[in-house]
Design a protein around this ligand. Structure first.
Ligand code: 8DG
Ligand code: MN
Ligand code: MN
Length: 388
């Protein structure tokens, strides 16, 4: 029975990996505001603060109902004083003055615009802002020397900042599947990242590639890249070779996000689906169907015939596949808390390659995500509920 005050007391666990966080939740007004504060802290290179705001938002995402009054927050973890002040303001006035001012500020807007260029991090954006740049077009006009990645970033800026749809992700998946089968029959690709969490759109498309026979996957990435390049399907690519050696590298390092798989950050050139003739059954060659204005505008604002799409490809030996899958499915906060849980609560060290048990001084094998959760003493959380 609910307390007579009407406060709904909900218990929420302290680590994101102990909670179910669906994509749709009940507190977007609050979480959007906290996200702005988190981004701003990131722009100021204050990672601790940024993570604190993200954690607070993540707790609200896991609540089964909307927060209506401050008492609803009683007993919830990860809600610091600053987050609570902002929540209180929004519950009372419908908005937070601090967040509104931040959204209006030149610095926030410029940092947001400049860091949304592929290849531009906070440090570069911050320097450019101090030198008077505010938008990606300013960067183009500045005559500054850009690296290869940033050149692609400004060249394909509009496409790369248009969300990738699930249909586009599936179309990319077909191309990757064809490429992989052509160069190594029997290899398997798996869609990971946000789309595996059932997100409807993403900023990129993430794939894992493996082969059921250990070792067969070695050297696969350059071949896949060559196949794609030969067909004009890549607008940009940067490939890193695998550098992970369990014997010499030792235990997986916790809190370390970068892994050492063979991987490729790329931009695909994805053909846009042609207008379907069956939608205009009466149209003939002479008689084009009438365009409405919006269709004409849409076409005029797009690059003709194709869209630039960010794609991450990762090749993993099958013995590490479960760890890679868990590590690349996200969300980033879910991953961060998995590693924190492993280290702080279990004296283990988790990466996208392996799980090391410091008490037993040995690696714990796993061939499925379920086994990894079990090793960690956690209830299995399916991908769609890892949207922390
Ligand atoms: P989005 O693209 O839809 O915006 O969201 P997402 O798919 O969740 O984000 P992402 O930036 O594509 O990252 C997907 C997951 O991959 C995320 O949990 C973090 C993880 N990830 C990286 N880089 C690396 C890395 O270098 N190593 C490992 N193990 N994981 C990484 O983004
Ligand atoms: Mn992604
Ligand atoms: Mn990615």
């Amino acid at each position: 029975m609910e307390p007579s005050s009407g406060a709904t007391v909900t218990t929420v666990k302290g680590y994101a990996c102990q909670r179910r966080t669906p994509l749709q939740h009940h507190n977007t007004l609050l979480t959007d505001a906290l996200l702005v504060l988190a981004e701003n802290a990131e722009f100021c290179e204050n990672e601790g603060r940024s993570v604190a705001f993200r954690r607070a938002g993540s707790v609200l995402k896991a609540l089964p109902q909307a927060v209506r009054k401050m008492e609803d927050l009683q007993g919830l973890p990860c809600l610091g004083g600053h987050s609570q002040r902002v929540i209180k303001e929004i519950l009372e006035d419908g908005k937070s003055r601090e967040v509104e001012m931040m959204l209006q500020s030149k610095q926030y807007q410029a940092m947001k615009a400049l860091t949304s260029i592929f290849g531009v991090g906070v440090k570069t954006a911050e320097r450019w802002f101090r030198e008077g740049l505010q938008r990606h077009t300013d960067v183009v006009n500045s005559g500054y020397k850009l690296n290869h990645t940033q050149q692609a970033g400004v060249q394909y800026y509009d496409d790369l900042n248009t969300p990738v749809t699930k249909a586009e992700a599936d179309a990319i998946g077909q191309i990757v599947e064809e490429a992989v089968q052509a160069v190594l029959p029997g290899a398997e690709i798996t869609l990971t990242g946000g789309f595996r969490r059932d997100k409807l759109t993403g900023h990129d498309v993430d794939f894992l590639i493996t082969h059921p026979e250990e070792g067969k996957e070695e050297g696969l990435m350059p071949k896949v890249v060559s196949w794609l390049e030969a067909r004009g399907l890549l607008l940009y690519q940067k490939t890193n070779t695998n550098s992970y050696l369990e014997s010499t590298d030792g235990p997986a390092r916790p809190s370390h996000n970068m892994d050492r798989f063979e991987r490729c950050f790329s931009i695909f050139r994805l053909e846009r689906p042609h207008a379907r003739p069956e939608q205009h059954p009466q149209a003939t060659c002479e008689e084009q169907p009438q365009d409405d204005d919006s269709a004409r505008e849409r076409r005029a604002s797009q690059s003709p015939g194709w869209k630039a799409v960010r794609v991450d490809l990762v090749v993993t030996p099958v013995s590490q596949f479960a760890f890679a899958l868990l590590g690349w499915t996200g969300s980033q906060l879910f991953e961060r808390d998995l590693r924190r849980w492993a280290g702080q609560e279990k004296h283990m060290s988790l990466s996208s390659h392996a799980l090391y048990d410091s008490k037993q001084n040995r690696y714990l094998r796993a061939s499925s995500e379920e086994e990894i959760f079990a090793h960690l003493g956690l209830e299995f959380i399916p991908p769609a509920e890892r949207n922390a």
